[in-house]
Write a protein that binds this ligand. Structure first.
Ligand code: FES
Ligand SMILES: [Fe+2]
Length: 329
């Protein structure tokens, strides 16, 4: 996608799954134009630092290893802790207190690793929601097997801006064409605050009158936490599934999408073919969206139909708050 939207939005962004970084593991990452190193300390805590050692600039993710107290550089053995402070120099008693490696705020939740990005250097302003308890009783009461490792999708080298994915929340009419549903869903409810956008939509005749009743059958709840992290909870005759779709900038041109799928166990268990069928069904939709988004051009203003104009305008105004003040136009 060609877009003038900043690729340095503020918020939580997924950079992997917890299972990707075992205890003592070191993984190179590249997001927001920065080379990073993720490592899991011996006490189990995950840390993400800028990749470059502040001694002579070796990349800690390329040969560094986890030791007591932090990550040891492969070049001269200096050790840096999870806060990016030098805690050991093998050939000198004193550590280097003048240099520090940037440490990123991270959180592990939903089997996922999230990183807080803020081009203006701010602290995390909200929390990442819990995917399985944020949608009310009809989801919270279900039993879900872990999504990792089979319930994952990782799409790389994309030209898909996070905001375009967020605009899904106000775009009921793409369902008929991209996902081949018989009709467009109806938006039943919408709640919006500083960091969160929630919409509940209903599919089929049951919801054709657009009246929001407590019933959840044939509904989809969409929850955006900033523009980087989203969850969909869908309730159909087949059961309940929760899908997380997270878009993360790699640099000013490219992004990645992380998708995580939780299928409720219902009557069946993870070893029955039913689970695999339902997982495959859940995974089928997103590549069709990505095929559109990857080639789309962002238009501002867009040429909207009357019934959709207010929703898109409201969404774009809301999204505007996540762009850095330093890049405000
Ligand atoms: S470059 Fe890292 S210890 Fe020398
Ligand atoms: Fe879609």
């Amino acid at each position: 996608m060609r877009t003038e939207l900043s690729m340095k939005p503020t918020g939580w962004f997924q950079v992997g799954w917890s299972g990707d970084v075992p205890s003592g593991g070191v993984v190179p990452l590249r997001y927001f134009g920065e080379d990073l190193v993720a490592f899991r300390a011996l006490d189990g805590t995950l840390h993400i630092l800028d990749a470059y050692c502040q001694h002579l600039g070796a990349n800690l993710a390329r040969g560094g290893c986890v030791v007591d107290g932090g990550i040891q550089c492969p070049f001269h053995g200096w050790v840096w802790n999870g806060q990016g402070r030098n805690v050991h120099i093998p050939y000198q008693d004193r550590t280097n207190t003048a240099r520090r490696i940037r440490a990123w705020h991270t959180v592990e939740r939903n089997e996922s690793i999230y990183l807080w990005h803020d081009a203006d250097g701010g602290e995390p302003a909200w929390e990442v929601p819990d995917a399985l308890t944020s949608f009310g009783e009809h989801v919270a009461a279900c039993t879900f097997d872990p999504a990792y490792p089979q319930g994952r999708g990782h799409f790389t080298d994309l030209h898909v801006h996070p905001q375009v994915v967020a605009e899904n929340a106000v775009d009921p009419h793409h369902f008929r064409f991209v996902h081949r549903t018989p009709d467009s869903p109806v938006v039943l409810e919408e709640t919006v605050d500083d960091s969160t956008w929630t919409a509940r939509v209903g599919f089929g005749r049951r919801w054709a009158d657009g009246v929001a009743r407590p019933d959840t059958m044939n509904t989809l709840v969409i929850l955006w936490s900033g523009i980087g992290v989203s969850f969909n909870a869908e309730h159909t005759r087949d059961g309940v599934r929760v899908v997380s779709i997270c878009t993360t900038p790699v640099d000013d041109e490219r992004t990645e999408i992380f998708a995580t799928y939780w299928i409720d166990r219902g009557e069946t268990d993870v070893n029955s073919g039913d689970y695999e069928r339902r997982l495959a069904e859940a995974q089928a939709a997103l590549p069709d969206d990505i095929n559109i988004w990857h080639h789309q051009k962002y238009l501002e203003p867009p040429g909207l139909a009357t019934s959709e104009a207010a929703g898109f305008r409201k969404l774009r105004r809301w999204a505007g708050r996540f762009y850095p003040a330093s890049q405000a136009s």
